[in-house]
Design a protein. Structure first.
Ligand SMILES: NC(=O)c1ccc[n+]([C@@H]2O[C@H](COP(=O)([O-])OP(=O)(O)OC[C@H]3O[C@@H](n4cnc5c(N)ncnc54)[C@H](O)[C@@H]3O)[C@@H](O)[C@H]2O)c1
Ligand SMILES: [Zn+2]
Length: 357
C-alpha cells in the first residue's frame, strides 16, 4: 500500500493499493468515530462493490446504509442531493457520522457536497473507483453539482478525511471510461512531470504491475499543487490544462456526445499546437503530445470549428473579466499560465487561413 499525506487546512491521507475495499470500514474507523455511515454510490457500482464495502463498515462497527442513484452525469444535480439529505434526516445523522463516496467523480463530487452542507459540514471519505476519480477528482476537496445553466456551478471546498483508492476496481471499468481517465493522467504528466510523460509513451505503463506507481505519481503531483494553492488562487489553475477548450467542446455537444476526458484530450492538443505556432512552446512538443494521446486511444481533433470553441468560452460563467488565463506547456512536463485579452483569443487559436471570427 502506498500512503500520501495531503497537508491542507485539515490534513488527510490517501491510501493506494490492491484489494483495499475489503478493509475500507477499518480504514474509515481510524479517522472517524461516528455511529453511522451512509454509502453513496451509483447504479453501476452498487452491484459490483457496495455489499463488500457495507460488510466492511458493519465489521468496523458502523450502522451502515446504502444510497444508490442512477449512474451518469445527469444525476449530478441538486435533486439527488436533496434525496441524500432526506436519507440523512431519516437516519438521524449527527455531526459525528460519516458519508462514504463509493464510485467515480460524479459520486465523489455529490457526496462531498452533501457532506459539506449537512449540518454545516460532516466527515466524508472517498473510495474512488474510476481512473479519473483516483488520479484527480477524489483529491483536493472540490465538491459540487451541475445546474441547468452549467456544470459544477454550485459547490464547496471540503477535503475528505481519507481517500482509499483500491486500484483493483479499475478492472471492471469499460475501455471507454478507462481511456477517459487516461486523459487526466496525460494532463498531469504534461504539466509537471517530464519523466512520467516519457514513461507513458510505453503502452504497458498501465499494466497491472505498474499502474499503482503511475496513479501514485499523479496523486502526488495533485497533492503538491493543492497543498500550495488549496483554493485555486494561482498554481492550481495549471490542472486546468486542456480544460478551457475541453469545456467549450463539452458545452458545444451539450454534455452528451463527448466525454470529459475526450474533450480535454482535444483541448490539450489544440492549445499546444497553437502555442507552439506562437513560439511559446518548445518545437516538437505538440507532436509528442499528439502521439501520446493517440497511443492511449484518445482523440486529438474534432469537427467543431473555431467559432464553436469561442462561443463556449464566452459563455463560461466562471471566467471573469476581459482577459483569459490559458494554461500552456513550455515543453512536455512544464506548464505555465499565459494571460491573453479575450479579444486576441481567436487569432491565438486560428491556424493560418482559418476563419478568425
Ligand atoms: N472534484 C474535482 O476536482 C473533479 C475533477 C475532475 C472531474 N470531476 C468530475 O468528475 C466527474 C467525472 O468522473 P468520472 O469520469 O469518474 O464519472 P462517473 O462517476 O460518472 O463514472 C463513469 C462511469 O463509470 C462507472 N463506474 C465507476 N466505477 C466503476 C467501476 N469500478 N467498474 C465499472 N464501472 C464503474 C460509473 O457508473 C459511470 O457510468 C464529472 O462530473 C467531473 O465534473 C471533478
Ligand atoms: Zn478534468
Amino acid at each position: 500500500m502506498t500512503q500520501i499525506t495531503v497537508k491542507t487546512t485539515c490534513p488527510y491521507d490517501i491510501l493506494i493499493g490492491d484489494g483495499l475495499l475489503q478493509r475500507s470500514g477499518e480504514l474509515a474507523r481510524q479517522v472517524n468515530n461516528g455511529h453511522r455511515a451512509l454509502i453513496v454510490t451509483d447504479s453501476n457500482v452498487a452491484p459490483l462493490y457496495s455489499q463488500k464495502v457495507a460488510a466492511s463498515f458493519i465489521r468496523a462497527g458502523f450502522e451502515t446504509e446504502i444510497f444508490t442513484f442512477p449512474a451518469g452525469e445527469q444525476s449530478k444535480r441538486l435533486d439527488t442531493i436533496s434525496k441524500i439529505y432526506t436519507r440523512l434526516a431519516q437516519a438521524n445523522f449527527t455531526r459525528k457520522d460519516l458519508l462514504v463516496a463509493l464510485g467515480g467523480g460524479v459520486t465523489g463530487d455529490m457526496t462531498g457536497f452533501a457532506a459539506a452542507t449537512w449540518l454545516r459540514g460532516i466527515d466524508f471519505i472517498q473510495l474512488p473507483t474510476t481512473l479519473l476519480a483516483q488520479v484527480d477528482s477524489s483529491v483536493g476537496g472540490k465538491t459540487g453539482v451541475d445546474i441547468p445553466q452549467g456544470k459544477n456551478l454550485v459547490g464547496a471546498f471540503r477535503q475528505p478525511v481519507r481517500v482509499v483508492a483500491d486500484i483493483s476496481t479499475l478492472d471492471t471499468l469499460t475501455h471507454a471510461v478507462f481511456t477517459d481517465g487516461m486523459a487526466e493522467v496525460i494532463k498531469t504528466a504534461a504539466i509537471m512531470d517530464a519523466s512520467l510523460f516519457e514513461l507513458l509513451m510505453d503502452d504497458r505503463a498501465m499494466s497491472s504491475g505498474s499502474r499503482r506507481d503511475i496513479i501514485s505519481r499523479c496523486i502526488d503531483i495533485k497533492r503538491r499543487v493543492v497543498e500550495r494553492d488549496e483554493y485555486e488562487g494561482g498554481e492550481r489553475k495549471l490542472l486546468n490544462f486542456g480544460h478551457t477548450l475541453g469545456h467549450a467542446l463539452e458545452k458545444h455537444y451539450n454534455y452528451s456526445d463527448i466525454t470529459h476526458g475526450f474533450a480535454v484530450a482535444v483541448g490539450m492538443n489544440k492549445i499546444t499546437a497553437a502555442s507552439e505556432r506562437r513560439g511559446l512552446t518548445a518545437k516538437g512538443t505538440a507532436a509528442k503530445l499528439e502521439l501520446l494521446l493517440k497511443r492511449w486511444g484518445l482523440p486529438v481533433a474534432d469537427k467543431a470549428c473555431l467559432e464553436d470553441y469561442l462561443s463556449g468560452i464566452r459563455l463560461d460563467k466562471k471566467r471573469a473579466g476581459a482577459d483569459i488565463d490559458l494554461v500552456l506547456l513550455r515543453d512536455s512536463g512544464h506548464a505555465f499560465i499565459h494571460t491573453l485579452p479575450m479579444a486576441d483569443l481567436a487569432s491565438f487559436l486560428a491556424v493560418t487561413g482559418e476563419d478568425e471570427t
